[in-house]
Design a protein around this ligand. Structure first.
Ligand code: HEC
Length: 116
């Protein structure tokens, strides 16, 4: 009986530390200076449908590297949502939203071969 009880706290501890960190330990919601980390926020909120490189296209999501939207239009879609995509107006703070939009715009140049 005593041997069965011992491992439990160890497992709980492990689960807690594992849950607290993201896949990549370098990724935090904000940079050390407090500015939002758009890449990390994108991975947290957007990769589910768009994938890490923006090209996954799950449940009808657009390939973000092929998007022709302007920065303002991307900002509007991310804030207000579109079709099956929910808006992130109430999830992300304005500064975070900006950082995510920056990341979305950067995805296009990160994979130039994806452009037609
Ligand atoms: C639940 C799945 C889902 C998640 C999560 C999601 N999206 Fe989307 N996204 C979609 C779908 C579906 C569309 C296509 C909407 C349409 O055109 O009807 C889309 C479209 C877009 C577009 C427009 C692309 C274009 O050229 O029309 C942008 C930009 C975008 N998403 C960015 C994001 C960002 C940034 C996040 C995270 C903050 C995010 N998405 C999270 C599903 C998702």
């Amino acid at each position: 009986m005593r041997r069965r009880l011992l491992p439990l706290p160890a497992i709980v501890l492990l689960a807690c530390t594992a849950g607290g960190s993201t896949e990549d330990p370098v990724m935090a919601e904000a940079h050390p200076d407090g500015t939002p980390n758009g890449t990390a926020l994108f991975q947290m909120h957007c990769t589910l449908c768009h994938g890490k490189d923006g090209r996954l296209g799950l449940s009808g999501a657009k390939d973000l590297t092929l998007s022709v939207l302007t920065r303002d239009e991307v900002s509007t879609v991310v804030a207000g949502g579109k079709g099956k995509m929910v808006g992130y107006r109430n999830v992300l703070k304005p500064g975070e939203l900006d950082a995510v939009v920056d990341h979305v715009m950067a995805l296009r140049s990160a994979t130039p071969s994806a452009r037609p």
